[in-house]
Design a protein around this ligand. Structure first.
Ligand code: PMP
Length: 409
């Protein structure tokens, strides 16, 4: 009976196709079920998502302009204010990944021809410099090798020299595994009438950051790292100084989708009674983001920071016991969410990573941008931040060290 049914339907579909107006047939790959294997995501992100957050994302869709959705967006806003430690009312989530927040910050805060100063000590500064160049800013870079950091004196000298309207710094440089010191930089920017923009995509929830206390004018993050939501949403917040600048522009931002005059209304931040349609937000992504922020609120920021520090310290000791060298020598500057190791001499890092994926179903990664060929990266964040996971990662690395042939040296 079953076989006859199948044969009949195949025959019918052939017949339909011969009479069909479409010349491109349905792709055979889509007639097979979706395959998404369970993997240990111990790289720099995305990280594994807890069942509770996955379940929230699987709730029935509601309209993005329904009152319940506005309520959920208001909850998200409160959760971001807590996670960022800010009282800024201009606090929203982008419909897009961390890059959307990067572009939103630069596109709104800067006008073509204005001076922008970017601290480059890995890929993220490079990216922001490129984004600012593309929109016509006059970009100046302060450059250090991956893993390097900038002193407040160096920053102040560069700010004095280039007189930027915006200074960009990455808090958690995930390509190098560095957690940049933050104290005093906001005050330098204030003194020189420059906005301070900080990227916390890889550090939020894992290392302390205080947007208001540290005088950060614009702060953004991503959903898929220590927050443990699926990729695709990106919290961002602007303080009064940033709003003053971006809402008194002479020119419109280059992007309609990322224009904060529209987004602030969509998120109910502009004080107007009605929220108008601007774009259709990722409803399921916002459900999941709300749940991940709820978990952070329940856990508490300080506990989350403490745990990341404890587990990353445990992982780092284990790595040293394996004879591996940590890429960031200063313990206090190591990013608690993403640990970087120098590539062990005589090993091909690609071969090691492939071996670990094949034999342990575990993702670790190599470097990114300027750190390619310099580091291997292990991320234990949020839900994955457990000593048992650190033990699994160490076992996988020990196995790879034993079994991956030395290719050179
Ligand atoms: N900044 C940092 C520090 C990151 O680690 C990442 C993602 N790896 C990004 C920005 C970009 O985020 P996304 O990939 O979500 O666009």
């Amino acid at each position: 009976m079953y076989r006859i049914g199948i044969t009949a339907s195949v025959h019918k579909s052939r017949l339909d196709r011969s009479m069909s107006s479409v010349t491109v047939p349905p792709p055979a790959c889509l007639l097979r079920p979706l395959e998404a294997p369970l993997r240990y995501l111990f790289g720099p992100g995305p990280s594994n998502v807890p069942p509770r957050v996955l379940a929230a994302g699987g709730r029935p869709i509601i309209g993005h302009l329904h009152p319940e959705m506005y309520g959920i967006m208001n909850d998200i806003k409160k959760g971001i204010q807590y996670a960022f430690q800010t009282e800024n009312k201009m606090t929203i989530s982008m419909s897009g990944s961390g890059h959307a927040a990067m572009e939103c910050a630069v596109f709104n805060a800067v006008e073509p021809g204005e001076s922008v100063l970017v601290a480059v000590n890995g890929i993220w500064g490079e990216r922001v410099a490129e984004i600012a160049e593309r929109m016509g800013a006059n970009v100046h870079k302060m450059v250090k090798a991956p893993g390097g950091y900038f002193t407040n004196k160096e920053i102040e000298q560069a700010v004095e020299k280039h007189k930027p309207v915006l200074f960009f710094l990455t808090h958690g440089e995930s390509s190098a595994g560095l957690c940049h010191p933050m104290d005093g930089i906001g005050d330098i920017c204030r003194k020189h009438n420059c906005l301070f923009l900080v990227d916390t995509v890889a550090s939020l929830g894992a290392a302390p950051i205080y947007m208001d206390k540290q005088s950060i004018d614009i702060l953004y993050t991503g959903s898929q790292k220590a927050l443990n939501a699926p990729p695709g949403t990106a919290p961002i917040s602007f303080n009064e100084r940033a709003c003053q600048k971006m809402f008194n522009r002479k020119t419109k931002p280059v992007s309609y989708l990322f224009d904060m005059t529209h987004l602030s209304n969509y998120w109910g931040c502009d004080g107007k009674p009605a929220r108008a349609y601007h774009h259709t937000g990722p409803v399921s992504g916002f459900f999941a983001l709300r749940e991940s922020l709820a978990i952070l609120a329940e856990t508490g920021l300080e506990e989350s920071w403490r745990k990341h520090k404890e587990v990353s310290g445990y992982l780092q000791r284990g790595l040293e016991d394996l004879g591996l060298k940590l890429f960031i020598p200063e313990r206090d500057l190591r990013l608690p969410s993403v640990t970087t190791i120098a590539i062990p001499e005589g090993y091909d890092w690609r071969e090691m990573l492939v071996y670990i994926m094949k034999n342990h179903q575990m993702e670790m990664t190599g470097g990114l941008g300027p750190s390619i060929g310099m580091v291997m990266r292990i991320g234990l964040m949020g839900y994955n931040c457990e000593k048992t996971n650190a033990d699994m990662a160490l076992q996988a690395l020990a196995d790879a060290l034993k079994n991956c042939k030395k290719t050179r040296g």
